[in-house]
Design a protein around this ligand. Structure first.
Ligand SMILES: Nc1ncnc2c1ncn2[C@@H]1O[C@H](COP(=O)(O)OP(=O)(O)OP(=O)(O)O)[C@@H](O)[C@H]1O
Ligand SMILES: [Mg+2]
Length: 391
């Protein structure tokens, strides 16, 4: 069928036509927005799960929900080599310009002035011009060098400005495990204080399954500060909807047995559902999508995943790291003890700890428990079998 009308969306952060199985998270976020608007406190959310389960898509949907209510939104993806100040500042900039309107109140003016000082904290050559004369306005000093103080003041003043018309500020941070510990401490402290002071701030963070531990290690009260949501594979009925509904919207049906094949192969993983859905659609010549189409779709789908989703990650590993990953592969997706990896490689686990740490830094594995390692990518173990057998 025409690829131009293909309704499936495999790829990082691509909003699916049918965003299913995440009602609890969407409702939790909506409740927070409404609580903040009502002047109540709101507990920050922390979403964690394996690669490709739909964390980024959820944060994007959170951002959309907040924007629809007229909120100021910063959605950023932490990166090991980027400053979180700059990421947040530049994400907020367009919304700040929108705040500057004729007849704006004193709290908006103050927030804009504070924003200029925050901008100066990471960019000494550039500034923002909001088309407003701020020379006589007093803002907060958000250029002290302390992230907690500077970002805290910026968000507090912006939240005050948003309060003038009953709105709020949303801060959404993806890949939070890539932040420095002190940055996580700063974010936690800001969220903590904002909730205590009923500031008009709602926050959600997302990251790999190690996220609850990463947060708690950085700040002991983070365990109670955040409401944690594990984002896993979709339940069978939701997985079926994720596959069937996008086609249905285009008046295309799936033969039952064809859908069954794809659902079994995808095992509830959203990324795989989108990939196999896309490839089966492209293989079909007409509605309904048949078993033969699904078989071609699956073969092409696995091939694309091997060359893209899996291989992109595999190639980030050095030879020594690939050896380590290969030693984990016999245990599949459920994880391996570091002692077993050592045994399989004939090495003392301690001598492998740097390799292990580098793989964690690269986001390829995580530590589900003390002395354990597991793949962050579902299906990575079987990929390694396929890949190494083909070499
Ligand atoms: N609830 C859902 N229903 C159907 N498809 C979904 C759902 N959530 C995500 N997807 C699809 O799954 C894929 C992966 O989503 P996303 O990039 O948000 O995952 P992620 O958890 O952020 O992965 P990573 O850890 O690699 O960043 C996308 O193609 C997206 O369209
Ligand atoms: Mg993501």
């Amino acid at each position: 069928m025409d690829e131009a009308n293909n309704p499936y969306s495999p790829g990082a952060g691509r909003l699916p036509v049918a965003l299913v199985g995440r009602d609890a998270q969407l409702k939790a976020w909506d409740t927070r927005l409404r609580r903040v608007e009502a002047g109540r406190d709101s507990q920050p959310l922390a979403l964690y799960g394996l690669r490709g389960v739909g964390k980024t898509v959820l944060l994007a949907q959170f951002a959309r929900q907040a924007r629809e209510r007229g909120w100021l939104v910063a959605r950023v993806e932490a990166k090991a080599d980027a400053s979180i100040r700059q990421l947040i500042g530049e994400e907020l900039a367009p919304g700040l310009a929108d705040l500057a309107r004729p007849g704006m109140g004193s709290r908006v003016l103050k927030a804009l002035k504070t924003a200029l000082s925050f901008k100066a904290s990471y960019d000494t050559s550039g500034t923002w011009s909001f088309g407003v004369d701020l020379s006589g306005v007093t803002g907060s000093n958000a250029n002290t060098g302390s992230l907690e103080a500077d970002l805290g003041k910026l968000l507090r003043d912006l939240a005050g400005a948003a309060a003038e018309d009953g709105k709020g500020v949303a801060l959404l941070v993806d890949e939070i495990q890539d932040l420095e510990a002190n940055e996580i401490v700063a974010l936690s402290a800001i969220a903590h204080r904002a909730a205590q002071d009923r500031e008009r701030l709602a926050m959600a963070v997302a990251g790999l399954p190690s996220l609850p531990r990463v947060l708690t290690d950085a700040k002991s009260y983070a365990e109670r500060l955040f409401e944690y949501h594990s984002i896993g594979p979709l339940e069978p009925t939701d997985a079926k909807r994720a596959l069937i509904e996008p086609a249905q919207a285009e008046d295309v049906a799936w033969a039952n047995a064809a859908a069954r094949l794809v659902l079994d192969a995808a095992n509830g993983y959203p990324y795989f559902l989108q990939q196999f859905g896309q490839d089966s659609w492209n293989a079909a010549s007409d509605s309904p999508i048949t078993v033969a189409d699904a078989k071609v779709g699956l073969a092409r789908g696995w091939h694309s995943l091997d060359l893209g989703f899996f291989r992109a990650r595999w190639e980030r590993a050095t030879e020594a790291e690939k050896t380590y990953l290969t030693a984990m592969a016999p245990d599949g997706d459920r994880g391996t003890s570091t002692a077993t990896v050592g045994q399989r490689l004939g090495r003392h686990p301690k001598s492998l700890s740097l390799t292990r740490a580098n793989l964690i830094d690269k986001g390829l594995i995580y530590a589900p428990d003390h002395g354990m390692v597991a793949f962050t990518v579902p299906g990575m173990a079987t990929f390694i079998h396929r890949w190494t057998a083909a070499q």
